[in-house]
Design a protein around this ligand. Structure first.
Ligand code: NAP
Length: 303
C-alpha cells in the first residue's frame, strides 16, 4: 500500500513529489506522457517564476522535473482510467504503455492533472503555438512590448488579458464572437476608455498566418489585421472527468478546495490549476504541491 499517488507531472505534481520524498512518504507519480510538465511548456519564456527568470516554459518544466528525479521520485507512465474509494483507501487504475490495466492501492491521492486551455480551432493555431499564439498574457505579454496583439474571447480572462496587454502593447484588438460580454462590466468600461484598445464584436478568427512567427489574423468577414501576438482566452477545460462521482467539483469542473488542498473526499487532495483558485500560475501550482503534501502528512498521522 502506497502512502500517496500523485497524478500529473506539471509544476503542482512535481512539487508535491519533491515534498513527498523529503517527507519519506512511499510515493509514485503517474503521468500521461514522459516530460509532459503541463501547460507551462506552452510558454515561450517565463519571467515570473521567482529565482528562475528568462527560461523557456519547456526548460523551466525540465528544471522542475530534474529536481524531482534527483530526489528519487518514481515516475510511472500511463493514463489513469478510474479512481475508487473503498474501506478508507484508494484504488487507482491505469492503462500502461502496453495497453494493460494496472491497479495501485494508496492511502491518499494528490490530483494535479491541470486544466487545458480551450483551443480556438482555427487554421494556423497549432502551427504558431509559442510562435505568436499564446494562452497566457501574464506569462507571455512582456514579449509583445510596443507590438500589436489580438485577444480572442469575451470572458473575464480575455478582458483582463486585454487590460494587461494594453499597458505594454502599441495596439490591442479585443475580438469577441458576440456583441455582449460575459466578463465584468467594469473591466469592459476600462477597456473602452483606452485609446490603444480596439474592440471588435460579432467576429471570429478564421485564420492565423505568418512565416516563422505570427504576422496577421483573418476574421470571418475577410478582414485582415496585422498582429504579432494572438492571445487565445476562450475558456479552460479542467481535467477532472474521473472525479465526477465523488461530488468534489464546482459547476465549471474545478476541484473544490482551499489552500489546504484537501477535498471533501477522505484522502483526496488537489494541487495546481485544477483547484478552485484565483491565480493559475506555475508558482501557485508549485505552492499547492507543498500544501497538499503537508495535508497528506497530517491525514496519515490520524490513521
Ligand atoms: P469564460 O468565462 O468561459 O469565457 C470564455 C469566452 O470565450 C466567452 O466569452 C466565450 O464566448 C468565448 N469563446 C468560447 N469558445 C469560443 C470560440 N471557439 N471562439 C470564440 N470565442 C469563444 O472563460 P474565462 O474568461 O477563462 O473565465 C473562466 C472563469 O474564471 C469565469 O468564471 C471567470 O469569471 C473567472 N475569471 C475571473 C477573473 C477575475 O478577475 N475575477 C479573471 C479571469 C477569470 P461566449 O461569451 O459567446 O460564450
Amino acid at each position: 500500500m502506497l502512502d500517496v499517488i500523485i497524478i500529473g507531472s506539471g509544476p503542482a505534481g512535481l512539487s508535491a513529489a519533491v515534498y513527498a520524498k523529503r517527507a519519506n512518504l512511499n510515493v509514485i507519480l503517474i503521468e500521461k506522457e514522459y516530460m509532459g510538465t503541463g501547460q507551462i511548456a506552452y510558454s515561450s519564456q517565463v519571467d515570473n517564476y521567482l529565482g528562475l527568470p528568462k527560461m523557456s516554459g519547456y526548460d523551466l518544466g525540465e528544471t522542475f522535473r530534474n529536481h524531482a528525479e534527483e530526489f528519487g521520485v518514481e515516475f510511472v507512465e500511463g493514463e489513469v482510467t478510474k479512481l475508487e474509494h473503498n474501506n478508507g483507501y484508494w484504488t487507482v487504475s491505469m492503462l500502461n504503455e502496453d495497453e494493460k490495466t494496472v491497479h495501485y492501492e494508496t492511502q491518499t491521492v494528490v490530483y494535479a492533472t491541470g486544466s487545458s486551455h480551450r483551443l480556438l480551432g482555427c487554421t494556423g493555431e497549432d502551427t504558431f503555438q509559442a510562435k505568436g499564439v499564446s494562452y497566457c498574457a501574464v506569462c507571455d505579454g512582456s514579449f509583445y512590448k510596443d507590438k500589436v496583439t489580438a485577444v480572442i474571447g469575451g470572458g473575464d480572462t480575455a478582458l483582463n488579458d486585454a487590460l494587461y496587454l494594453s499597458e505594454l502593447c502599441e495596439t490591442v484588438y479585443l475580438i469577441h464572437r458576440r456583441d455582449t460580454f460575459r466578463g465584468s462590466v467594469s473591466a469592459l468600461k476600462k477597456l473602452e476608455a483606452k485609446e490603444n484598445v480596439k474592440i471588435i464584436t460579432n467576429a471570429t478568427v478564421s485564420e492565423i498566418s505568418g512565416d516563422k512567427k505570427v504576422t496577421s489574423i483573418t476574421l470571418n468577414d475577410g478582414t485582415n489585421l496585422e498582429v504579432q501576438g494572438v492571445f487565445v482566452a476562450v475558456g479552460m477545460i479542467p481535467q477532472t472527468a474521473l472525479l465526477k462521482e465523488f461530488d468534489v467539483l464546482d459547476a465549471q469542473g474545478y476541484i473544490i478546495a482551499d489552500e489546504t488542498c484537501a477535498t471533501s473526499a477522505e484522502g483526496l487532495y488537489v494541487a495546481g490549476d485544477v483547484r478552485t483558485k484565483k491565480l493559475r500560475q506555475a508558482i501557485t501550482a508549485a505552492a499547492d504541491g507543498a500544501c497538499a503534501i503537508q495535508s497528506v502528512q497530517e491525514y496519515l498521522l490520524t490513521k
